[in-house]
Ligand binder design. Structure first.
Ligand code: FAD
Length: 343
């Protein structure tokens, strides 16, 4: 493989319901920084049906050019059809670095493409950098149960690929004056040759919570003691209009569904306010919430690691403190809050 033939940073522009998904916009921000450091263009790859209008949005968010595969065969995501388009484009233009959101679609597509192109893929990356001279991508992620950060290099194969979780990178402010190039592509993908047919899309009515979009999260951990104890978290969240989060131990105890789990094997969140209640602050939990605007911890152990990572810490029993908070917030709603009171 002649590595010198490969140039440019690419982002897979995942789209859903007529919009580019937020993680792809975040990756354009991260990709812009890499492309500028390396002195190469940043390109987006957009695949779908009637998606061409979205290309301009990618340019506003930092792309220099966007390759578009716009055809009814790409209406619904299917590994087979999308990977054909991606591989077609990679073979034609040879990107040096290619980033995907670590969504179900991004993870599925990236792994299929990496296998087909016989290149490396770093999953769930949390930091990205590039050596400006060699173009070597430094993709870092927690390893060995989160005890170390591993920086993974792909020295001999191209493109160097990585998936990045939503909310880990920051999107740029859109610049509506930015201009770029839109390149319309067509792939040799024919409906009758595809083995997978989408007959119907059934949305899971249960999956209604969007932890990664919540402004305020009240998260509970093993310290709540039982499923009944965990109800305190629901009551508090309901009082202040927050979304409920949880540690893995609370999820594994069966007190709450996995979709509420925050952390390395759960969701990465960046709310304005994060309450960590009865959560010790294990590294695997911290990586999922440490970029929250304001972290408030309640824990009865003054030595708990969470106190090293919060803005405000309350040492005490959750079952004494949280009811007082609920009471205080309820009073605040009714205009009766007394500062300097018990809370
Ligand atoms: P504990 O560590 O048991 O902490 C409970 C805390 O509650 C203690 O600090 C205690 O002092 C406090 N407490 C007890 N009673 C009270 C009370 N009445 N009032 C106030 N405080 C009280 N964890 C995650 O959360 N998310 C992940 O995504 C995740 N992924 C993982 C991936 C891997 C590969 C591995 C190995 C582990 C992962 N973990 C994850 C698990 C993680 O290591 C911890 O075990 C877990 O986060 C601990 O959950 P916890 O803080 O609720 O429980």
């Amino acid at each position: 493989m002649n590595l010198a033939e490969y140039q440019g940073v690419w982002v897979f522009l995942e789209q859903k319901d007529g919009a580019i998904v937020p993680v792809s916009l975040e990756l354009l921000g991260a990709g812009r920084a890499l492309a500028d450091k390396r002195g190469v263009p940043l390109a987006g790859l957009l695949i779908g049906d009637q998606v061409k209008p979205l290309a301009q949005q990618a340019i506003h968010y930092g792309a220099d050019l966007v390759y578009v595969y716009d055809h009814p065969v790409f209406r619904d995501y299917r590994t087979e059809s999308y990977m054909k388009a991606v591989i077609d484009c990679c073979q034609k233009y040879k990107p040096e670095i290619f980033l995907y959101g670590a969504t179900s679609t991004g993870k599925d597509l990236a792994s299929a493409v990496a296998t087909d192109l016989a290149t490396g893929l770093t999953a769930d990356t949390t930091m990205l950098d590039v050596d400006p001279e060699s173009g070597l991508l430094q993709a870092s992620r927690p390893a060995f149960g989160g005890n170390i950060m591993a920086t993974i290099l792909c020295k001999k194969h191209r493109p160097q690929m990585a998936t990045v979780r939503p909310k880990v990178m920051k999107a740029l402010e859109p610049d509506l004056t930015r201009s770029g190039t839109i390149v319309e592509e067509s792939a040799q993908v024919r409906e009758e040759e595809l083995r997978t047919k989408v007959l119907k899309i059934v949305r899971d009515a249960q999956r209604t919570i969007r932890l990664d979009e919540a402004d305020v999260i009240v998260a509970g951990g093993k310290g709540l003691g039982s499923k009944e104890g965990f109800q305190l978290i629901h009551r508090f969240a309901e009082t202040i209009g927050a979304t409920v989060g949880a540690s893995r131990d609370a999820v594994e105890a069966g007190w709450i569904d996995h979709q509420h789990q925050v952390g390395q094997t759960g969701v990465t969140v960046t709310p304005k306010i994060y309450f960590a209640i009865g959560i010790s602050g294990a590294i695997q939990h911290l990586v999922g919430m440490q970029n929250s605007g304001l972290i408030i911890a309640i824990n009865k152990d003054p030595q708990a690691a969470i106190f090293q990572h919060c803005h405000y810490g309350i040492v005490g029993d959750a079952f004494e403190i949280v009811p007082l908070l609920i009471e205080a917030f309820q009073k605040a709603v009714h205009g009766e809050v007394q500062y300097g009171g018990k809370v």
